[in-house]
Structure formats: C-alpha cells, structure tokens
Ligand binder design. Sequence first.
Ligand SMILES: Cc1cc2nc3c(=O)[nH]c(=O)nc-3n(C[C@H](O)[C@H](O)[C@H](O)COP(=O)(O)OP(=O)(O)OC[C@H]3O[C@@H](n4cnc5c(N)ncnc54)[C@H](O)[C@@H]3O)c2cc1C
Length: 426
Amino acid sequence: MNPFTAQASQLSRDEHLIALEDSEWDLIILGAGVAGAAAAILAARSGFRTLLVDAKSFPREKVCGGCLNRRAQAALERLGVLQQLHQAGAVPITSLHLKIDKTSVVWNIPTLLSVRRSTLDSELVRAAIDSGAFFLDSVSGLVVPRIDEQTSKERFRQVRLQNLTEPKGRRVNAFANCILVADGLTRSSLRLESGWTSTVQPSSRIGVQRMFSASQVSSVNSRGLFPANQLQMIVSKDGYVGISRTDGDLVDIAGAIDPKSIAKRGSIAKTVCGIIGDAKDGPLFAYEKPNGKPDSFPDDMPQDTSEDWLATPALTRSSTRVASDRVFLLGDSIGYIEPFTGEGMSWALASAEAVMPLVSKSIGSTWHDGLSREWMSWVDSQRRQKQKTCWWISRQLRRLSVAAWTLRLCNSLYPIRAALIKKVTS
Ligand SMILES: Cc1cc2nc3c(=O)[nH]c(=O)nc-3n(C[C@H](O)[C@H](O)[C@H](O)COP(=O)(O)OP(=O)(O)OC[C@H]3O[C@@H](n4cnc5c(N)ncnc54)[C@H](O)[C@@H]3O)c2cc1C
C-alpha cells in the first residue's frame, strides 16, 4: 500500500473526504512540495491541527535539478530530515563543471547534496505525518472566496477539496483559521479568488526535466561523462541544462529552455541534446570512442520522446500580493526567476520557517492587514537580497559572449570566482 495514502488507512479517498466534510482546522496547506511539507512539519510540531493536501499521487517526481545548497541542507537538518536523505542515497556534489559557449571551467565547491524530489518530498511528508499533520495526496484544494453572510465563520476561510483519483471524484468543503498556498508556479488553488495576479515575464523560459537510470546511459557513463560528485551546467543560446547523479543510481537532467527553441527543434529531447551537443568540445565531451573517433553526447542518448520529459509553465513570474485575509503564499507561488543559481528549494524552506509566527498570530486572533504587510516586508527583503543577483545572472546568460567572457574573468580572478561559487552553493 502507498504509505502516503491518508496515513495508509483502508478508507478510500472519497470516504476520507466524506469524513472531512465541514471539518475545522487551524491550518490547511495546499501543496506538499518543499514549502508546504516543511510548513506542515513546523505547524504540527507547534500543536496546530494541520491538514496538508497535494493534487499529485505521492511519491511523485517534479521538475527540479534536486541540488540542495548549504542553506537548504541546514534547514532540512533543523527539520530533522537531512540524515534520512543521506540514508536514502543522496549524492554529495563537490565540483562544478560550468560550460558557457566554448568556455569551460571545473571548480571545487562546498558540498551540495543531490536528491530526487520524490525522495526529498516524501521524507518531508513522512516527517509531517509523524509530527501529527494529516496528509491526503491526489486531492486538490481550492480557496473559496468569502461570501458576506458567512459571519459565523468569520475566523475561518473555506477550502474546496476534490478527490482526483476519479474523473468525477467527490468534492467537500473544509474550513481553516489560516491557509498556506504552497502550490508552486501555477497557483491553481487561487483560481476562484480575485486580486492575486501573477506577472509572467513574456520572454520567460520553461523548466524541463528527466531522469535516466545510470544503466540507460551506461555507455556514456562508463567513459566518466557523469562523474558521481560533479554538477555539470551547460549554457547555450537555447537555454541551459544541469546534469547530476542522484539517489537511486539515477542521472537527473534538468534545464531552463526557451519555448521557441523547443518549437523550432521539434521536441524537448532534441533541444536538450542540442544544448549538450553545443558543448561537445569541452572536457565533458573530450573522450574517444573505442575506434578512436570523437563521440558526441546526443548519439549516446537513449531514444526518447518529449512525453518522457516533465515540463513547467513559464518560470519567471512574480506576485504583487503575498497575503490577504488569512491566506499566505509560500515558496514558488510567491514568484520565481530561473533555476541557474539553484536556490529555489532553500527559498521555499526559508519561507516555510519565516511564515510560522504569522500563522500563529492569524490562528489566535482576528485578521488585520498588518499581517499581510509583515509578510510582504519579509518577502521584499528576500527579493532584494537573494533574487536580485539571480535576476542579473539569468539576464547575462542570454548574452553568451558576455557570459563566456565573465566566466573567463571569474576563473582568473579568485575573489570573483569565490563570490560566484558562494552564490551558487550557500
Ligand atoms: C529546471 C529546474 C531546476 C531546478 N533546480 C533546482 C535545484 O537544483 N535546487 C533548488 O534548490 N531548486 C531548484 N529548482 C527550483 C525548485 O524546484 C522550486 O523552487 C521548488 O520546487 C519550490 O517548491 P514549492 O514547494 O514552492 O513548490 P513545488 O515544489 O512546485 O510544489 C507545489 C506542489 O503543489 C501541488 N499542487 C499544485 N496545485 C495544487 C492544488 N490546487 N491543490 C493541492 N496541491 C497542489 C503540486 O502537485 C506540487 O506537489 C529548479 C527549478 C527548475 C524549474
């Protein structure tokens, strides 16, 4: 039995939802990715009656490079799940191979941890359940706009829960003093609400990802193309791709790609191979076939189709409203830039920790706009500190010759190189 299915009880999903009809919670969390599951652990440990739901059937994969930077690792240690990730086979990454156009460098870096999202998010959900949260997967949540007459429920917000295991799965209403929207880029749980517009950058890239088993790429692997402890980042005009070994003896290939390039090349697979192929003169591809002829990565890729790849909507977006009337946004639902600096998960974890004092205030009292302002001020401080550099780097990467020149400069000037490495790993 799936250990995540409503705490492995024998009830069907519909029966669970019937039991939840009109139930009242301190906190309902919509989305059990890194942000939502971490928040559920913290809320349940604070003694709040917490319901966590996710639209997908768990465990599930999602588009992500899966590399945890130092801040993310520290946050996971505080949550008590870092050890479990090591036990599950998370792979330490100690060097970065960066290739921009024809410039290629290999740097030692402070250790990152590469882990599949199915592994990470499952460990977080397991810890949330162990802490006392109630979890339902394959259930979507929708924040229901307030109707003025609902005075008896003034201290509550309504959430419509739907069973997604069947085409016409049961729908019920549940109520909570506070709602955390942690449903990622799409923010599907807010589609009935007004005023939560998200501005999407028109030239935004989309995220793509696929796992290969090491055996699928064994011919490439045997020549050391996927060194176990190296993160490879390859940048081309079509976007960039990160490659790392991860738990389960898998290779994770994830990237941010221009959707026009995918349309031009015909599939995600061809575009990714094109990006990686662009780099075949670098050390990554500097190997010989047994017959002595130079080889290239695309030839060695297993046959695949775009259907095998996971993809996201446009990545670069931001929200002007981040909290209102007992609802707080967390993680990617607040906004996202691009994954190059690999800090999305640490930002999601940080937002889960930072929102908890506001959740407590919101559960214990009547709502006031000061809570929205407090959350906006935390989000703004993070945007200023962290996202500005990420924004700048993602813009530079679109001008390949400038980016390659900057990389050469970083490589020759130690202080700049150290600053860049710190940015990517801390
Ligand atoms: C190509 C790529 C590579 C990346 N690589 C890295 C990396 O190496 N390191 C790093 O730190 N970050 C990386 N990131 C960023 C990272 O993946 C995100 O920042 C992180 O997943 C955000 O977590 P989250 O919990 O906010 O959202 P998500 O992880 O997206 O979780 C949202 C959850 O909400 C669920 N959901 C959606 N709608 C509903 C609904 N209505 N009701 C209930 N559930 C719902 C979804 O099923 C999902 O499980 C990468 C991103 C991309 C695109």
